[in-house]
Design a protein around this ligand. Structure first.
Ligand code: MN
Length: 506
């Protein structure tokens, strides 16, 4: 292990910064997202389990359903504190109190543009209304967060007065929202430095990503003394979203050596859970959690990483740290070292000339733009080396799938597992899900589906489709394989069976 590198030392930053997650409030305001009730509870449980300090569960005054959700989240009895959002009115605060929240987050617009166009109150009125409502919250609760909405576009001299009023009225933490994502990191540092100096209250920040600066601005605020950050899973939120939890946490933990209390090894799992529920897929290049975050294709990089992972990875952040995996991928840039490594892991030992031929074939296929799976590589190796290595665990004999508008999609399979016949049935969200569940159920070992990727090769409803599936075995090893055909269910089944039959190869 090389020396620990610390890139930043000279700052006001605390040793510990708490995480306030607003996936269930601002995140849910992402266009096109509506989490189901049960999904919200599951997200709340996950957030608390991974060490989020406060969960903003919703905006109780906005609807009856929202109020029920916030109450239900609170009733889970989680470790995390539960916060409800309220406009600056007693009725909104009461709606939060009805949910038995631990903290009320009150907000009011302070910039001239929002103040005049939304609430039409004078600057003085904003001060007096806020003073009254913060005191009202504190009469009932120990914790009150105050937000000056559109803080960054507010006259800063006035903003300081607003925050001083909030602190005097009893706000336990003040939030500085960059509501429309317009400040720069250096501007944020200046603003937070000033607030930190002139207002006696812990500072929290809420940054939007309109210019892609949400995470950078959040970190700038931390450098200047903010003690809490508002984030969402996968950066969900209005417009371009909020600061992403995984990135913000890993920057603080790995680069700044600030403790966040987050169980970092569960970041990838959490990101995938929310991606599944939100229907918003994670781009492969997403920092920390994206599929490619620790993938290496080019020959030089793969060679380096095989020798020492820190050559072409940050080192201060490893895949193990965040619950990810390192992956050498087969592509047109692949080199001999990577191919040899992938084969050796599957107990396939080619001679040097055989390896050259295999690499050439891999590059030829990859340069046509086709993604090569593990199954493809083993097949090429077997063809080149004139061997048949694959011991197939699973031989599918029959599969029947039932779906329709009044039936729960159900699949039954008959298969031979190491020669022994087994039958299994399962239901699913749709026919593909049911079929894959039935196959995963028929095999005795615990194998998890890690990736499902489908693409239509030609257009039209009779299009050929190509399905790539990755599975993970009990030892955490990942195998991928593909299936092709004009029936989406059967192509998926073929891909899964092929992937399962690679297990025991690595
Ligand atoms: Mn927001």
């Amino acid at each position: 292990m090389l020396r620990k590198i610390v890139f930043f030392t000279d700052s006001q930053a605390r040793e510990e910064v708490t995480v306030f997650d607003t996936t269930l409030r601002d995140g849910e305001q992402t266009p096109g997202i509506a989490f189901k009730f049960e999904q919200k509870l599951e997200i709340a449980r996950q957030l608390s389990d991974i060490g989020v300090y406060t969960i903003e569960a919703g905006f109780p005054a906005s609807s009856k359903a929202e109020k029920e959700t916030v109450s239900a989240v609170k009733k889970l009895g989680l470790e995390a504190k539960i916060c409800g959002l309220a406009r600056m009115t007693k009725a909104d605060v009461d709606a939060c109190l009805d949910c038995d929240v631990d903290m009320v987050h009150v907000f009011i617009p302070t910039s001239d543009i929002q103040r005049i166009n939304t609430i039409n109150k004078t600057r003085e009125e904003v001060l007096s209304i806020s003073d009254e409502i913060i005191r009202y919250v504190r009469d009932h609760l120990n914790l009150c967060m105050f937000s000056a909405m559109d803080a960054t576009r507010t006259d800063w001299n006035y903003l300081i007065k607003v925050f001083q009023m909030a602190a005097n009225a009893g706000a336990t933490i003040i939030n500085v929202p960059d509501t429309v994502g317009v400040i720069s990191p250096s501007g944020m540092k200046k603003l937070i430095t000033r607030i930190h100096r002139e207002v006696k209250c812990p500072i929290d920040v809420h940054c939007h990503n309109d210019f892609g600066l949400a995470v950078a601005n959040t970190i700038s605020a931390v450098e200047a003394g903010a003690s809490q950050v508002q984030v969402t899973i996968n950066g969900l939120g209005e417009r371009a979203g909020n600061a992403d939890l995984a990135q913000t946490v890993m920057i603080m933990e790995s680069i700044y050596r600030i403790k966040t209390g987050i169980k970092k090894e569960r970041l990838v799992e959490t990101s995938r859970l929310v991606s599944r529920f939100s229907g918003i897929t994670i781009p492969p290049t997403q920092p920390v959690v994206g599929d490619n975050a620790f993938s290496h294709e080019s020959g030089i990089h793969s060679h380096g990483v095989i020798k020492c992972t820190e050559t072409f990875e940050p080192g201060i952040m490893t895949p193990e740290m965040v619950g990810h995996r390192r992956r050498l991928t087969l592509g047109k840039h692949v080199g001999r070292h990577a191919v040899r490594q992938m084969l050796v892991e599957a107990h396939i030992i080619p001679t040097d000339p055989q390896l050259d031929t295999i690499v050439e074939k891999v590059k030829a296929i990859a340069s046509k733009g086709k993604r090569l799976t593990d199954a493809d590589l083993y097949e090429i190796a077997e063809g080149t080396m004139g061997i048949e290595l694959n011991h197939k665990i699973l031989a599918l004999e029959d599969i029947a799938i039932m779906t329709g508008n009044h039936v729960i999609p159900t699949a039954s399979v008959k298969a031979k597992i190491n020669g022994n016949e087994r039958i299994y049935s399962a239901v699913g969200n749709g026919p593909v899900d049911a079929a894959l569940n039935a196959i995963l159920g028929v095999i005795p070992s615990r194998i998890q589906l890690k990736e499902f990727n489908i693409e239509a090769i030609s257009g039209g409803s009779d299009a050929m489709c190509h399905v790539i599936i990755a599975v993970e075995d009990e030892h955490g090893k990942i195998f991928d394989a593909s299936g092709t055909g004009d029936d989406i269910v059967l192509a998926s089944v073929e891909a899964l069976v092929n992937a399962i039959n690679l297990i025991n190869r690595k």
